[in-house]
Design a binder for this molecule. Sequence first.
Ligand code: NDP
Length: 491
Amino acid sequence: MTTAYQIFIDGQWRDGSLGQTIPATNPYDQSVHAQIQVASADDVNEAVHAARRAAPGWASKLPGARAALLNRLADLIEANADRLALLETTDNGKVIRETSNQMGYAARLFRYYASWADKVTGDVVPLDVTDTAGLVVHEPFGVVACITAWNSPVAILCNTMPAALAAGNCVIAKPSEHASATTLEIAKLAEQAGFPAGVFQVVTGAGETGAALTAHRGIDKISFTGSPGVGRAIAAAGAANLKPVCLELGGKSPNIVFDDCDFDRALIGALAGIFGATGQTCIAGSRLLVQRGVYDRMVEGLAARAGQIVMGDPRLRETEMGTAANEPQFAKILSFIEAAKGDGARLVAGGGRAEGPGLDKGFFVQPTIFADVRNDMKVAAEEIFGPVLSIIPFGDEEEAISIANDTPYGLASGVWSQDINRCMRMMRAIKSGVVWVNTYRQAAPQVPFGGMKDSGYGRVRGQAGILEWLQTKTVFIDYSGDRRDPFSMKF
Ligand code: NDP
């Protein structure tokens, strides 16, 4: 059965004005499971105007009332978690064991930011002036756009949507053309929860729809998750209208294993870093830096475990690795594998398309490991977004830091060592937005997440995540009764 989705504008479900749709394809068997509308620039314009009409009412709603709606949406996401997880898995091939967890996490993010709605306080600041009060207050931007990627549509949306709404902004979401269905389902649940018309809207379509949204002068702030190339275009669109942008642009994260690690835990952490989510995650630990004392053992151990990874229907609980999320991504991953072979990296596991019973129609890539990689090889230098690991040997801490930071990216990193002093030194030395020490791929609503360097700027989650959606206003209240000198600024 094919589901016909519509766009959600001003509390109404309707077709896009172009009369065009995009098929939503299941990457496991290439069947079309849904049709997605293409929203035109006119549709986007309508959504922006609806949001602007809704914005004053939403911003002035009592924080407790905003929180109640966010909590109701959390309850509905939880109640529908199995259905949402199955749909996301069908849409992008991510294994059900991860999409199920992500739906629970999405509900937690809504609850976390619901609890922030009445905790955004200002300041009363002592000034060097008598009888004058200095106040600092925080206010929402107004209407914000959230452009998301295909790898984890709901989790990425929930990095920004709950915080932006809790802060009093209206949100227009534009999911990737490759995986739009679950974002539209979230909109249905938001409608059911009772969010007023125009407060949360979804426009679907390809990059042109996103471009129409980010270029619109009625958008006050933009958040984007995706590739650095599109990130640059969106930052430029924001700059043209002098609007702030928050960017999350992926990485080439170093996962660093020292001789003194707990070997078995480090091996699992290395696997989780690259083969979790089929490597299609911005935080993938795609460069495994291993100290020479445990190098051969780690290469052998990883190659053996990679060969046992259970691939198959991502909707089954026993499946450990699903498909590439779509055909262009599949082709991109395979081309990187060929480039690594050409560059002389030593292939120790996988190395191509995965074939076998149940795999023939899907975009399956073998869990692939290259050893003895040099950091300047293409496979180690560029983001692949697939299950391809580069293992790089190192001698000492200094060399590890130098290789780890020798990348334009700075999103995530991992350190495996039982020496707390070394862990502390490494944590300080690595330029990345998150450092995992003796763990990898871990997240929590309470702490911020975001990139350094080319991985982007701005933060989601934690207190920083709600401050991202608030702007600061300063108020001076002069109760002195003085007749001041009008020709000199008062300091
Ligand atoms: P893109 O960066 O191309 O797209 C991400 C989002 O931006 C999609 O919703 C896309 O729409 C939209 N978009 C595209 N062009 C524009 C534009 N000019 N203005 C506004 N919005 C636009 O990522 P892809 O999804 O195509 O993936 C490509 C690569 O990006 C991956 O191989 C990976 O390296 C990286 N990536 C990084 C992610 C991360 O978490 N940082 C997540 C996913 C991918 P549409 O797709 O519908 O055209």
